[in-house]
Ligand binder design. Structure first.
Ligand code: B12
Length: 209
């Protein structure tokens, strides 16, 4: 089944992808297994895009499919956890110049269902907006998402903006696409994470939850 879902997404068969998702979920598949199939599909599509075998319209359709599938999966994941207790405030967003939000939405959702109060600033968020929101909410954890190489500079600028604003207690995690430890060092962020559960682990560690 996961392979059928991967094939449907990467062949751009939107209706089939949604039907297969419904079948998997009705037959008791783990929602995380469905999300993992989506991640693999995006990896394949990204690779094809890089090699010139598919173009922006395909990226857009793939993005839409993933949003539709996430919408089916999320309510089931929410059923599995206690969402009543809030563990701490997190401010999250995709950095300036970058509009990739599928992964951000997944991370925000996972933080939310694991008990964090998340202020989601959306995409193309300026360093000033991050600083302003941290001051307003009193959050001590910030997540910066970015998929473009061009996102490294705004990530660095956002970390610097917190320092300039005297918000030294704020811990910043970064993630998305190509982000690795080298980029973390470059941007001055406190940590990087490859997936949503790493983000949850870091937020727990930093808030003592
Ligand atoms: C879908 C997609 C799009 C869609 C985005 C739709 C949307 N609403 O998000 C659209 C069509 C809009 C798009 C546009 C563009 N894209 Co695009 N896109 C992709 C693609 C195929 C998938 C990204 C995705 O959503 N993956 C699915 C997620 C769920 O997978 P994931 O990464 O495993 O998610 C986890 C981690 O990222 C992590 N995470 C994410 N954020 C954070 C944050 C923290 C704090 C932590 C801890 C973890 C974390 O947790 C997630 C969940 O577990 C990637 C290829 C790729 N493999 O990444 C290219 C890709 C990112 N795009 C690329 C490019 C070039 C572009 C465009 C410039 C194309 C163009 N010529 O217009 C534009 C840029 C627009 C802009 N200004 O941002 C390039 C970037 C290359 C580069 N080095 O900069 C890529 C890598 C494709 C490629 N191989 O060339 N794109």
């Amino acid at each position: 089944m996961p392979q059928q879902l991967i094939d449907a997404i990467t062949d751009m068969r939107e209706d089939d992808a949604l039907k297969i998702t419904d079948n998997m979920l009705q037959n008791g598949a783990d929602p995380l297994e469905v999300l993992e199939a989506c991640r693999k599909s995006m990896e394949i599509i990204g690779q094809r895009f890089e090699e010139g075998d598919c173009f922006v319209p395909e990226l857009i359709l793939a993005g839409e499919m993933l949003k539709e599938i996430s919408a089916k999966v999320k309510p089931l994941m929410k059923e599995q956890v206690d969402t009543s207790k809030k563990l701490g405030q997190v401010v999250f967003g995709t950095v300036e110049g970058d509009i990739h939000d599928i992964a951000k939405d997944i991370v925000v959702f996972m933080l939310d269902i694991n008990g964090f109060e998340v202020t989601d600033l959306g995409v193309d968020v300026s360093p000033a907006k991050f600083v302003e929101t941290v001051k307003e909410t009193g959050a001590t954890v910030v997540g910066l998402s970015g998929f473009l190489t061009l996102a490294y500079e705004p990530m660095k600028a956002t970390v610097e903006a917190f320092k300039e604003a005297g918000l030294d207690e704020v811990k910043v995690m970064i993630g998305g696409g190509q982000i690795d430890d080298q980029i973390r060092v470059y941007t001055g962020a406190d940590a990087f994470g490859r997936d949503a559960m790493t983000a949850v682990g870091l937020a727990r560690q930093w808030t003592g939850a």
